[in-house]
Write a protein that binds this ligand. Structure first.
Ligand code: AMP
Ligand code: ZN
Length: 114
């Protein structure tokens, strides 16, 4: 995906504040944080959105949640609580068409979101 901003981050063409990386996933700080803790976890391989998740690529999605569990510990919000969100499509507020999971924490989060 030539023009995908998150693919460019994976390739190192755009810098990021890396939180975690392995062969399947990358996690980095959101550039426009909505909470004291706001990081994104993405698969290195391009998947456009939740709509594109299937049996073949579901391993990396599962791995993202295992990874997230370690990231929240590292960021110190595992005990206080946090939220993991993946926005999908226009109504969901998705602005980057490379699937990503927001991890938000460090303050009391409102529900339902706006
Ligand atoms: P969404 O709106 O759910 O698609 O989330 C996209 C997120 O990516 C937003 O929270 C943006 O602030 C974040 N974002 C966009 N560009 C960058 C970037 N270069 N580095 C880090 N985060 C970014
Ligand atoms: Zn991409």
């Amino acid at each position: 995906m030539e023009d995908c901003i998150f693919c460019k981050i994976v390739k190192g063409e755009i810098p990021c504040e890396k939180i975690y990386e392995d062969d399947m996933v990358l996690s980095f700080k959101d550039i426009n944080p909505g909470a004291p803790v706001h990081v994104l976890v993405i698969p290195k391989k391009h998947i456009s959105s939740l709509n594109e998740v299937n049996e073949e690529n579901s391993k990396v999605i599962a791995h993202i949640f295992v990874t997230a569990k370690e990231i929240v510990k590292k960021l110190g919000v595992d005990e206080t609580g946090y939220r993991i969100v993946s926005n999908c499509g226009e109504d969901g507020g998705q602005t980057v068409p490379h699937i990503h999971f927001h991890i938000l924490g460090g303050r009391s989060l409102q529900w339902p979101p706006g």
